[in-house]
Ligand binder design. Structure first.
Ligand SMILES: *Cc1c(COP(=O)(O)O)cnc(C)c1O
Length: 418
């Protein structure tokens, strides 16, 4: 079967034909045969330079040999024990070494569970109920955060999701990103009952949107002043912007940090960490319940440790962030030459061309020319460059992308951007 035939079968068996919404590329997605380094090959015989990179985890590219060997080594010894293993101590040590905000961690299986647990921990620790989130901020697909969330929710133009009783989201408050006054106002109005502010320090699920100068520090000061915990959701930025994530990059220390994606080297993982006094609330040390069959599973921990070792020993962030800067400069030149009112956004290895000028929050991003982006996506796809299909997903440059890949990509933007 080819991709078109497979998708028509899939539509009878899987809602929308896919296992996660953004994968439903029109008219049909390509089915992957294999992937290696920066390239992904479909079953129809096409090869693409991949900037989706599994939506973020694959900072070293596909099938990195060091990760593969480490995982094979683990598989020989079994892959699930239901008992503690050495790697969870080792990976927790790595996290606490690079994230000053983290003394202790709980490993879970997905980012969704990490943010869900972070919010429960914040509520358990403070005894308060409300959570402030950023409009368009995406923290996974659990009830309390599916309110004006990014990623697939933004793409589908849904205000949230059906199936969530309003009572479940009544404790979720929203403010626009980069708006100090809105943050200050919401805190003033509800400070008695706000457990935490949760935010992506660099927004990643409406495309990359950077915090303006001083914004994160101001949010930190405001939350501290009112005994509100600050949760940085670093599931994209953690181990991507720097070993210590956005909190190292911007030198702002949250109370709780969530990690995922890169942390598992491409295998499912999530982690929530924070100061000792906060984390000691988590069961069995404390009264905030959290548990999981696949928590701290040997394969994901092993892959994560192998990834961190390569990131460290090869100074990956320095090289990758330079490559990202150079790529963005070239894209800006193309946009300027063509006289387009588009925004080339990003930081480090995250980038995106927004089909609208000047994006500083979710409402701005929503003004982009979505149809224009979709047509552009298809032209790039035809030219062998796989970008995430949605205007609201970040593109990821990996350590495996070569100069030649980047040149080919720039040429494709030059031809196809309009
Ligand atoms: C991907 C992502 C999540 C959800 O992680 P999953 O592993 O998909 O559950 C949460 N927060 C942010 C910032 C993310 O990018």
């Amino acid at each position: 079967m080819n991709s078109e035939e497979l998708f028509s079968e899939a539509r009878k068996l899987l809602p929308g034909g896919v296992s996660s919404p953004v994968r439903a590329i029109k008219p049909y997605p390509f089915y992957v045969k294999s992937a290696q380094s920066s390239r992904i090959v479909d079953i129809d015989g096409n090869e693409y330079v991949d900037y989706c990179m599994g939506y973020g985890p694959l900072i070293l590219g596909h099938a990195h040999p060091a990760i593969k060997m480490a995982v094979i080594g683990q598989l020989d010894k079994g892959w699930l024990y239901g008992t503690p293993i050495e790697q969870e101590v080792a990976l927790a040590k790595e996290i606490t070494r690079y994230y000053k905000s983290v003394d202790m961690v709980r490993f879970v299986s997905t980012g969704t569970e990490a943010t869900m647990s972070a919010m429960r921990i914040a509520r358990g620790f403070t005894g308060k109920n409300k959570i402030v989130k950023i409009e368009g901020g995406f923290h996974g697909a659990h009830d309390a955060v599916l309110v004006k969330a990014g990623s697939g929710v933004a793409t589908m133009g849904m205000p949230g999701s059906s199936g969530i009783p309003p009572e479940f989201t009544k404790h979720t408050l929203q403010v626009p990103f980069n708006d100090r006054e809105a943050m200050s106002n919401v805190i003033d109005s509800f400070k008695e009952d706000i457990a935490a502010v949760i935010m992506e320090p660099v927004m990643g699920n409406v495309g990359p949107i950077l915090p303006e100068d001083g914004y994160l520090k101001e949010v930190r000061a405001l939350t501290k002043e009112h005994d509100i915990l600050l949760i940085f959701d670093e599931i994209i930025t953690g181990f991507r912007l720097a070993m210590g994530g956005a909190q190292e990059y911007y030198n702002v220390t949250p109370d709780i940090t969530t990690l995922g994606k890169i942390l598992g080297g491409g295998f499912p993982i999530g982690a929530v960490g924070g100061r000792r006094e906060i984390m000691e609330c988590v069961s069995p040390a404390g009264k905030v319940y959290q548990a999981g069959t696949f928590n701290g599973n040997p394969v994901s921990l092993t892959a994560g440790l192998a990834t961190i070792e390569v990131l460290r020993s090869e100074n990956v962030h320095g090289k990758l962030n330079d490559a990202g800067n150079s790529l963005r400069i070239q894209l800006r030149d193309i946009v300027a030459d063509k006289g387009l009112d588009y925004t080339v956004a990003g930081i480090g290895s995250m980038f995106k061309v927004f089909f609208v000028g000047n994006v500083r929050n979710y409402q701005d991003a929503l003004k982009c020319d979505k149809d224009g982006y979709e047509q552009f996506f298809h032209r790039m796809h035809k030219d062998g460059v796989f970008l995430p299909p949605s205007q609201f997903e970040t593109n990821f440059l990996s350590y495996a992308h070569t100069q030649e890949d980047i040149k080919r990509t720039i040429d494709a933007y030059e031809v196809n951007l309009s």
